[in-house]
Design a protein around this ligand. Structure first.
Ligand code: SF4
Length: 373
């Protein structure tokens, strides 16, 4: 079953490392939300009347919207398409937006899962990241979310920070695990162009841990999660049974989804489409019936490469037969090489990364890529 994604392009502050599309000004909020409702009405047919298994509010900072604004988008979706009674409906939330009142309001409109952007439990790190919350708010938010009666919840953490040691990372994980989280997304800090972080690194103000230290922190993460009984079902995602993210898993498994809002991406199995990452141009484009998106139709080789890139990151890997005879012939030697290096394994006809291979997921996938087109 397909999923529906709403991109809410507003944030309280600009985080140092972030290159997602957002604005810290709410000036365009009303026209953007009106345009999103119109876009949803105009494009819902692309899902071909299948029912939705997941709805995801991402951003940006969706928790910055009022419950009424979120509820209108959900009501529109429900009036236009069947939403599975067991659908996962996720809201990304910043800790400073979480209160007993907001959680109760979110539940009342049907939110079943909250994803908390914690990132760190250290005030010093949070200040450096220019996050809008502090560590105390993070801990309070986790306590409230854990008691809110949601079907599931998750937190985000970042490792690979400048000067971070294994001991510091271990302490972060201990705090997180101490609060009984059922799911964790942990990302290694990456330097994206056009971010404050990029400038700091380019001018030599800071340097990030080298690959070896980042890999050691990644392996430590895997070890701590294993010990705590959380399954690494995707490179950066760990969950207890029954708490794996449905929306993201569908994405990694190539299930179609419809993305609504500025910069949102959509995929229908063969075609990718992405909206303008500009609030004014997006809203004006929709209001005036102009083109506000770009798209590409994937070639057979591009579809194979997508399957490799996303599928190999999951614990289910990629079914070799589904990649076709041409791929199997072209990649035979490379697959053998990675099997011999113990970075890939073959299980029940599926190519799966080993624990060692998880350190090199993107490189292995790209080595197996079919040539364009
Ligand atoms: S809150 Fe999230 S989307 Fe907004 S700037 Fe920070 S990392 Fe980016």
């Amino acid at each position: 079953m397909p999923g529906l994604y709403f991109h809410i392009p507003f944030c309280h502050k600009a985080c140092t490392y972030c290159d997602f599309h957002f604005s810290t000004s709410l000036r365009t909020k009303e026209p953007v939300l009106a345009a999103m409702r119109k876009e949803l009405r105009g494009r819902i047919g692309e899902l071909q009347e299948q029912s939705l298994s997941s709805i995801y509010f991402g951003g940006g900072t969706p928790s910055l919207l009022g419950t009424k604004e979120l509820g209108l988008l959900l009501d529109d979706a429900r009036s236009l398409i069947t939403v599975d009674p067991c659908a996962e409906i996720t809201l990304e939330a910043n800790p400073d937006d979480v209160s007993a009142g907001s959680l109760s309001a979110w539940r009342s409109i049907g939110i079943t899962r909250v994803s908390l952007g914690i990132q760190s439990f250290s005030d010093q790190r949070l200040r450096w990241m220019n996050r809008s919350h502090n560590a105390e708010q993070s801990l309070r938010a986790i306590e409230l979310v854990a008691q809110a009666g949601l079907a599931s919840w998750t937190i985000d953490l970042i490792y690979g920070l400048p000067g971070m040691t294994i001991a510091e990372w271990d302490e972060q994980l201990t705090v997180a695990l101490g609060h009984g989280m059922p799911h964790l997304s942990a990302y290694c800090l990456t330097v994206e162009k056009r971010t404050a972080l990029h400038k700091q690194v380019a001018t030599g103000q800071i340097s990030l841990p080298d690959d070896g230290r980042q890999a050691a922190q990644f392996q430590h993460l895997i070890q701590r999660m294993e010990q705590a009984g959380l399954v690494q079902y995707e490179i950066s995602n760990f969950g207890r049974e029954g708490h794996f993210a449905k929306h993201n898993t569908s994405y990694w498994q190539g299930v179609p989804y419809l993305g609504i809002g500025p910069s949102a991406h959509s995929f229908n199995g063969t075609r990718r489409r992405w909206n303008m990452a500009n609030n004014v141009r997006y809203a004006d484009g929709i209001a005036q019936g102009a083109v506000y998106w770009e798209e590409e139709t994937l070639t057979p080789n591009q579809r194979i490469n997508e399957k490799l890139l996303t599928g190999l990151r999951t614990m289910w890997g990629v079914e070799l037969a589904s990649l076709g005879e041409t791929f199997r012939t072209a990649s035979k030697a490379m697959i053998q090489r990675y099997l011999a290096l113990n970075e890939l394994e073959m299980r029940d006809g599926r190519l799966i990364l080993t624990r060692k291979g998880k350190n090199f997921a993107d490189r292995i996938a790209s080595d197996l890529f079919m040539p364009a087109p």
